[in-house]
Design a protein around this ligand. Structure first.
Ligand SMILES: NC(=O)c1ccc[n+]([C@@H]2O[C@H](COP(=O)([O-])OP(=O)(O)OC[C@H]3O[C@@H](n4cnc5c(N)ncnc54)[C@H](O)[C@@H]3O)[C@@H](O)[C@H]2O)c1
Length: 329
């Protein structure tokens, strides 16, 4: 199939070209994000391949539909960037990679907990400057903590399994409890989860229901000094209110791999520009906040699975008109 690949980074091109040998698609790589301004690049391509920060809204989908696009496949598990109603209206198939490597995101989540928990990022900076002082680098041990895992799907379950070796108490919250998670974690109701978790890690998708799930009303119910980890989607947090609660000390530590307005910033080198986003700039001033740029997925294992599944999604659709990894409203 003739496929336009948007938001191409060197690692995307490398892995897609490598695994395309077995599929034989005709791939054209574009560096820009898909947006109303760049949708014209996809004209005449039946297949469009996107990533998490492409704007696949109704305007873009209308344009794609008018110019022959039949399938939009995202190289991610989350698909909140695709207007599924617009895709349905035009009979365009939307597909994703449901599970390329829950381990990649899970291990990164635990890495964030350990980094902030043991201040290894600060130790690294100190020793680089020949400062071998360790005062101020005291950390905590996970075995003394209660970790709350919100959302126990593929990634949440893996986080629970990975954390089980640390000896911490693990609480879980999900609308659909999983038997696998119950082996290592205890499901509790929302208020107990909020009240008893020292660390809360979010692993639910972004939906109208979960948007700003940690907000001005819910944050006060959390433990004083709570450690929040978000490797799911930025808009699960009301960032403005999170800053307010960081200032008051209610939130003691914050590690985020995702940010509400990341689309304009993440995956770009802006180091020679004046910061224009006050919220992001403020977050980066806190000594107890760690921000990474949506990279929890980025492992060799995950890139291989992403490439093979994405290319397979296009191949299956071309062959049968169906796709086992289709997503709909
Ligand atoms: N940072 C990254 O690089 C990265 C990579 C992959 C995925 N993600 C994010 O991780 C999220 C989770 O991925 P997954 O593969 O585990 O998804 P999944 O679908 O397997 O699991 C999601 C879980 O959340 C639960 N859930 C949904 N709404 C809920 C609610 N309102 N309250 C409680 N639980 C709710 C579901 O029941 C499900 O068990 C994705 O949606 C994506 O946003 C981030």
């Amino acid at each position: 199939m003739k496929i336009a690949v948007f938001s191409t980074k060197s690692y995307d091109r490398q892995s897609l070209e490598r695994y395309n040998a077995q599929f034989g698609h005709d791939l054209t790589f574009f560096e820009p994000r898909l947006s109303p301004e760049t949708a014209a690049l996809a004209r005449g391509f039946p297949g469009v391949c996107i990533f998490v920060n492409d704007a696949c809204n109704a305007t873009v989908i209308d344009d794609l539909a008018q110019h022959g696009t039949k399938i939009i496949a995202t190289r991610s598990a989350g698909y909140n960037q695709i207007d599924l109603a617009a895709a349905k209206r035009h009979g365009i198939m939307a597909a994703r990679v449901p599970a390329y490597s829950p381990n990649a995101v899970s291990e990164f989540t635990v890495a964030l907990m350990l980094t902030l928990g043991r201040k290894t990022h600060k130790a690294y900076n100190r020793t680089r400057e020949f400062n071998f002082e360790i005062a101020g680098l005291e950390g905590f041990e996970l075995r003394d903590k209660t970790v709350g895992v919100f959302g126990t799907g593929k990634i949440g379950q893996m986080v629970i399994k990975n954390l089980s070796g640390f000896g911490c108490r693990i609480l879980a919250y999900d609308k659909y409890p999983s038997e696998e998670a119950k082996k290592y974690a205890t499901y509790v109701d929302g208020p107990t989860f909020a009240r008893e978790s020292d660390i809360i890690t979010l692993h639910c998708p972004l939906t109208p229901e979960t948007r700003h799930i940690l907000n001005e009303e819910t944050l006060p119910y959390l433990k004083d000094g709570v450690f929040i980890v978000n490797t799911s989607r930025g808009a699960l947090l009301d960032t403005d209110k999170v800053i307010k609660f960081l200032k008051s000390g209610k939130i003691g530590l914050l590690a985020i791999d995702v940010y509400e307005e990341e689309a304009d910033y993440f995956y770009r080198d802006l180091s020679d520009r004046v910061p224009t986003n006050d919220e992001l700039a403020r977050l980066l001033t806190f000594p107890n906040v760690l921000v990474t740029s949506h990279m929890a997925f980025l492992t060799d294992h995950a890139l291989r699975n992403i490439a093979e599944t994405t290319l397979g999604n296009f191949a299956e659709f071309e062959r049968t008109g169906q796709c086992a990894n289709a997503v709909s409203e």
